[in-house]
Design a protein around this ligand. Structure first.
Ligand code: PXP
Length: 245
């Protein structure tokens, strides 16, 4: 089957490096332009509550400078929704957030937080912004997301990526994503995926027929130190393309 998988490149860690010294470089906008010129379909950024990498000013500059759409990742609370509706990116993905975590360690627990989420997300679901939720590949989470009226999910691929690096339970983790993407598709949801994806582990995810978008950050930015951002993106894009043919 010939499919096209959209690639969102997450540039949070360009800002992490900049913020390590509190100055102006590396320039986040310059990185965003390279991402666009390299053929990425979207720029993904996570404005965290502690602003440890991307901040509102970066978000504003990216939105003002780029032509490709922005996928804004935020925590599901009123402060962050206010920011999203003020800046109006094309896509918003709700992610869980815990200030002490190094990165987003798992999916949002939509089942447990269903009532609170249905209240908090009400206003943004009435806007033009296309909303998705970052969840673990789990049937109950998918059903709850659908019940919220959200039609796009992004599967957290962290457990699969960890299994891959330990060379243990890879098939089990992959099967979970595969089976849940079939279930999600059956009930009419779009499936994206991301977290911990690399040149080595991305092909098996890109080969899953119901995955339509991948969001990849840390590995691409890390690889770009050695190979240049454009080369890293082109190589990732090529691996995804070959795997999805
Ligand atoms: N997708 C979402 C929703 C994320 O929050 C992140 C960052 O944790 C990613 C994709 C990209 O993950 P990574 O930086 O590990 O590629």
């Amino acid at each position: 089957m010939n499919r096209y998988i959209r690639l969102g490149v997450n540039i949070d860690h360009v800002a992490t490096l900049r913020n390590a010294r509190g100055g102006d470089f590396p320039d986040v906008i310059k990185a965003a332009k390279v991402v666009e010129e390299s053929g990425a379909d979207l720029i993904t950024v996570h404005v965290r509550e502690d602003r440890r990498h991307i901040n509102e000013n970066d978000l504003k500059n990216i939105l003002n400078t780029l032509n490709i759409p922005v996928n804004l990742e935020i925590a599901a609370n009123l402060e962050m929704i206010e920011i999203a509706t003020q800046y109006n990116p094309k896509f918003v993905c709700f992610v869980p957030e815990n200030r002490k975590e190094i990165t987003t360690e798992g999916g949002l627990d939509v089942v447990k937080n269903f009532k609170a989420l249905s209240n908090v997300l009400k206003s943004i679901l009435e806007t033009e912004i296309k909303v998705s939720v970052f969840i673990d590949p789990d049937k109950e989470q998918i059903k709850a997301t659908n019940d919220l009226g959200i039609k796009t999910i992004e599967f957290h691929t962290g457990s699969y990526a960890n299994a891959f690096s330990k060379n243990k339970n890879i098939d089990k983790e992959l099967k979970k994503i595969e089976e849940n993407s079939f279930f999600a598709k059956q009930i009419g949801l779009n499936c994206h995926a991301g977290h911990g994806l690399t040149f080595e582990n991305v092909a098996s995810i890109a080969a899953l027929p119901n995955i339509t978008e991948l969001n990849i950050g840390h590995f691409i930015i890390a690889d770009s130190i050695f190979n240049g951002l454009q080369n890293s993106i082109l190589k990732m894009r090529n691996i995804i393309k070959q795997a999805s043919l």
